[in-house]
Design a protein around this ligand. Sequence first.
Ligand SMILES: N[C@@H](CCC(=O)N[C@@H](CS)C(=O)NCC(=O)O)C(=O)O
Length: 220
Amino acid sequence: MRLVIGNKAYSSWSLRGWLACKQSGLPFEEVVVPLYDADWDRRREGAEFAPSDGKVPILWDGEAVVWDSLAIVEYLADKVGAERFWPAEPAGLAMARSMAAEMHSSFQALRREHAMNIRQVFPARPPSPAVAADLTRVMELWAQARARHGGSDPFLFGAFGAADIMFAPIVTRIVTYQLPVARFALPYMDAVLRHPFMQDWIAAAQEEEWVIERYEQPAA
Ligand SMILES: N[C@@H](CCC(=O)N[C@@H](CS)C(=O)NCC(=O)O)C(=O)O
């Protein structure tokens, strides 16, 4: 398999796709392309990107191409077995799938106003009302997953899985912008950040030389 991703410092959807590949346990080659550089428009029209929507991540598996982070999770879960990604029992499965889908479709203010930047910790500032509302919803979801399905393991549904993969860039944004969170969330966030896959990604992001200036500013 070959996974095309953007800058590890900034590309949150790439992080999700990459975590999904790591979680699958399958070997894969990663192709990291610098987002929005001088070659970006040319590159996204090339064969590596077809027939995607010109965005990363893109997973190639022989002739098969999957170009959306949540679709990559689903594709790999089908390929290696759902138990690596999703809770086995129906109530946990229903909640985990709903949370992954909500993450994929929602939290626009948090995503727009606080772009991922794994290399930075910006001075704390009060979040906008829209971001505060997004954070409240994230806390509600994490609290419910942990209380109902977390058990003694630290992740949302016990073992590390698809829901954690989808929320991992929210964890890093909370750190980067020092956003306020409920106390119960701290051990969960710590477990995500300490996960070996996350440690590998963060280390690689630190090594990257590409800089996108607009992501190097704290939120307005
Ligand atoms: N729906 C896509 C979103 C992918 C996405 O927006 N990727 C960003 C990088 S994090 C991108 O490629 N942006 C390039 C562009 O919009 O030109 C997914 O979940 O994979």
